[in-house]
Design a protein around this ligand. Structure first.
Ligand SMILES: Cc1cc2nc3c(=O)[nH]c(=O)nc-3n(C[C@H](O)[C@H](O)[C@H](O)COP(=O)(O)OP(=O)(O)OC[C@H]3O[C@@H](n4cnc5c(N)ncnc54)[C@H](O)[C@@H]3O)c2cc1C
Length: 466
């Protein structure tokens, strides 16, 4: 067994998805000695790799749920800290659009639920108000509920900023460090990983799609079972953004929020996700029939999309469980906190989940912590299309990816610093190189040359999910 020289950590966070990154940040700002262990070469290897990137108000979340409380706390904190970390928001608002008389009959209940949840700025729009706001929407609409606070963010720069801030304030992040076993001995967890054994007083399980597997390995049992729920997406070319401003939501059902049409922070328009149960926890394949169905649905809602080419397709996996509610539990006797089943709202809720977890921890570990007197606020690069990009600034070197206007300087910066890209997917998510119209056809050779010898995995071995 290899042994670690890192000493005893107060908290070991297992998993570098958006939730683990936010939890590590919270504990670092609380003054804890924090370790984040991630099995992949970079952050965001699981559910957080592919989502709709909506910052939700919680208008349709179950009233009184932990999920709602975490989403609303997460939303508030994102808005509070975003300027200091350079995190973007595209203020789109959303409309829950009724496409049938039955849908229209349900809008009143959704409005009431929004008000119960404290989202009081919602407003009913009749058909003509909907079409005035979104003239390109199909005129077959029956009206909508406007939710002005639903926005769009960058799903990758937010977690990167959270973990960068954690590391800048003393946290340690270890990659290629899958937790394969461990035991609690004399008040301390000994966690076995491929990078050695790490010691921590408390473990916070943020292993997402593998949360139950981790608990079975280390605790012998788990009180939740992950049932991956796939969501496929189609991304339309940037020209589509001229046809829609507001996020278009369907009337949701019990299982899913349904298929959404939304602008992305990067200037495209997406439609998705589907909700498909599957046993596989790692592969999120797309299939032609579903993608064609999504394209047809998009055109049905916004006919002008018929003339816009598709730029990309992707799918993500939600770490759903037997229940809708998050599975966040403290187990003081085992010095363990489970953060399981962060299904389909974790991007929004991550900062709120982190506060909730920190409070649970304080209830059983009363060791006083000394928060940093002057915490660091590192700024992450902006990739949002509506804000100033690096190619518009001086001395960026050259433009390497002409579809997404990615500069040489952006790629070089993503390969260094406190959290350099660990693999091809990580480099794409930090820069967008290869994510545009040509999907890397023209820039991959140049990007590979810039990244040569700097990534744990060479660019050419990228998987389909990336
Ligand atoms: C299709 C879809 C659409 C969505 N849309 C939205 C949205 O619009 N807005 C929103 O707020 N949320 C959305 N979500 C939800 C959000 O993406 C998830 O809630 C969130 O990503 C869950 O993050 P996580 O950190 O819990 O899990 P993950 O991202 O899965 O992170 C877990 C990490 O743990 C690592 N790991 C696993 N086992 C181990 C181990 N033994 N040792 C070390 N590391 C390990 C994994 O490699 C992974 O990186 C959507 C999700 C999907 C799939």
């Amino acid at each position: 067994m290899m042994t670690s020289q890192s000493g005893l950590f107060d908290v070991a966070v297992v998993g570098g998805g958006v939730v683990g990154c936010a939890v590590a940040r919270r504990f670092a700002l609380d003054g804890a000695r924090v370790l984040l262990l991630e099995k992949a070469p970079d952050i965001l290897a699981g559910a957080s790799k592919a989502n709709s990137a909506l910052l939700h108000t919680g208008f349709d979340a179950p009233p009184g749920s932990v999920e709602l409380a975490c989403m609303q706390a997460g939303y508030r904190e994102y808005m509070d800290i975003r300027e200091r970390l350079n995190l973007p928001v595209l203020e789109t608002g959303a409309m829950v659009v009724a496409w049938s008389e039955q849908d229209a009959a349900r809008l009143g209940d959704i409005e009431a639920q929004a008000r119960t949840n404290g989202v009081n700025d919602v407003r009913m729009l009749d058909r003509s108000e909907v079409l005035t706001r979104e003239p390109q929407l199909a005129s077959s609409t029956y009206g909508a509920l406007l939710v002005p606070g639903e926005h769009v963010i960058d799903p990758w720069s937010a977690p990167l900023a959270y973990l960068t801030q954690a590391v800048s304030n003393g946290a340690t992040a270890q990659f290629n460090a899958e937790v394969r076993g461990g035991e609690l001995r004399d008040g301390c967890w000994f966690l076995e990983t491929a990078r050695g054994t790490f010691m921590a007083r408390t473990v916070v399980n943020c292993a997402g799609l593998f949360g139950d597997v981790l608990e079975k390995r280390l605790l012998g049992a788990s009180d939740f079972t992950i049932m991956p729920r796939k969501g496929q997406f189609v991304v339309f070319d940037k020209a589509a953004a001229a046809h829609i401003r507001t996020t278009i939501l369907p009337v949701p059902n019990e299982r899913t929020k349904g298929v959404v049409i939304a602008r992305t922070i990067f200037g495209n328009v997406l439609i998705g996700p589907t909700a498909e149960e599957q046993p596989d926890r790692t592969r999120a394949n797309v299939d032609e029939t579903t993608l064609r169905m999504l394209v047809a649905k998009a055109i049905e809602m916004i006919p002008a999309l018929a003339d816009i080419p598709v730029t990309a397709i992707y799918a993500g996996l939600r770490p759903a469980t037997e229940r809708k509610e998050y599975r966040i539990t403290a187990r003081p006797a085992q010095q363990w906190i489970s953060v399981g089943g962060i299904r389909s709202t974790g991007l929004t809720a991550a900062l709120g989940i982190a506060r909730h977890v920190s409070q649970l921890h304080a209830e059983f570990d009363r060791q006083p912590l000394a928060p940093p007197a002057d915490p660091r606020w590192p700024s992450v690069p902006n990739l949002a299309e509506h804000l100033q990009r690096d190619w518009q600034a001086e001395n960026h070197g050259e433009i390497v990816c002409h579809c997404e206007l990615v500069t040489c300087r952006e790629i070089e910066n993503a390969l260094q610093g406190p959290l350099p890209a660990g693999d091809a997917g990580g480099l794409k998510r930090r820069t967008r190189a290869g994510m545009g119209r040509c999907q890397g056809f023209y820039c991959q050779a140049r990007v590979s040359a810039l990244a040569a010898g700097k990534l744990a995995e060479p660019l050419a071995v990228e998987t389909q999910d990336d």
